[in-house]
Ligand binder design. Structure first.
Ligand code: PMV
Length: 322
């Protein structure tokens, strides 16, 4: 069998993180400047019929049978082989790499899963529908963080902007015009499970306080969808600012995220918010197209470890670098 390669993009949540775990809508877009890549190839040396996984970035080199069942990579392989009905898979080398920062709110875990599932299915020449790819990746997300909403595996599998409500069919966002998004990385790794767990603990103590904020986040997210579909992208800025304030209130921002959001606003963006689980990881800012560089420099000066400028395209608009 010839070697095959599959990739999957990162993602950014524009509106609705955390509230989406509690049934409210969220909007997310793929981020193609960063990606996970998986190569599946015949074994370079005979390994006695084994499946070998290597991921140099996390210093992993192991046979599948030696990994615990709850290892996310092992679970992705096992879930795919089950779905493909391949009880006796051939020996193979699976090589995993990624330019998506780990635990940074850009969906690195889901992207690795999706690329791995797609590479395996291509290598074994058994096609898998997107729905199945996303479902396997969702099972792996549960290992990463217990009660995932499913938004990461969905947007990364389908590679288009989505309006997502847990348990409901996916709705593509009919963007009327594209916009420029600046992503600023605090450089602080923040495991999603911790932030999600703290929100859960707060919600258990004071459900009324949290439910009211989730309702408001849901309202902002629906309003953002309306503005995107009407092409009024500058109106997303104030909605992002409000969403950020609500995320501060439920305790998932941090001084670093607040500082970067403020720097982006001062440098001319329409609005800014943390994106993903919070505490560390990334923030996003939406800017007029000509203003992206100024905002990117301001974020670097305010301490961002890394800045990405990405273009979120309308359906008829090919994605391009700003
Ligand atoms: O930090 P990320 O990229 O895994 O995003 C988490 C988003 C949450 O809403 C906080 C959790 C979820 O499962 O949707």
């Amino acid at each position: 069998m010839p070697a095959v390669t599959a990739t999957a993009p990162g993602k950014s949540i524009l509106f609705g993180e955390h509230a989406v775990v509690y049934g409210r809508p969220a909007i997310a877009v793929p981020v193609s400047q960063v990606k996970a890549e998986v190569v599946v190839a015949p074994p370079a040396s005979p390994r006695g019929g084994k499946i070998h996984l290597s991921a140099p970035q996390i210093a992993l080199s192991a046979d599948l049978e030696d990994l615990p069942a709850d290892d996310p990579l092992a679970a992705a392989v096992a879930g795919t082989l089950r779905e493909l009905s391949v009880p006796a898979p051939p020996p193979m080398d699976i090589r995993i790499s990624s330019t998506i920062p780990i635990a940074g709110g850009l969906g690195s875990g889901a992207a690795v899963s999706v690329a791995l599932i797609r590479a395996l299915s291509a290598y074994l020449e058994v096609p898998l529908a997107d729905e199945a790819v996303s479902a396997i990746a969702f099972e792996v997300e549960k290992i990463h963080h217990g009660t995932p909403s499913g938004i990461d595996n969905t947007v990364i599998t389908y590679r288009k902007p989505v309006f997502y409500i847990r348990g409901q069919p996916i709705e593509a966002v009919r963007l009327k015009s594209g916009f420029t998004l600046i992503i600023g990385d605090t450089g602080i790794a923040s495991p999603t499970s911790l932030a999600v767990g703290d929100v859960r603990a707060g919600w258990s103590r004071d459900p009324a306080f949290f439910e009211a904020r989730f309702d408001e986040i849901g309202r902002l997210t629906r309003e953002a969808l309306r503005q995107m579909e009407a092409g009024r992208v500058e109106r997303l800025g104030p909605l992002m600012d409000q969403n950020h304030s609500l995320l501060q209130e439920i305790g998932v921002s941090s001084p670093e995220l607040d500082r970067l959001c403020l720097a982006a606003r001062v440098a001319g963006s329409w609005g800014a918010k943390l994106s993903g689980a919070g505490r560390g990881g990334n923030m996003i800012a939406i800017t007029p197209a000509g203003g992206a560089q100024a905002v990117a420099s301001a974020l670097e000066n305010a301490g961002a470890a890394r800045v990405l400028i990405t273009r979120v395209g309308a359906a008829q608009e090919a994605p391009r670098d700003p």
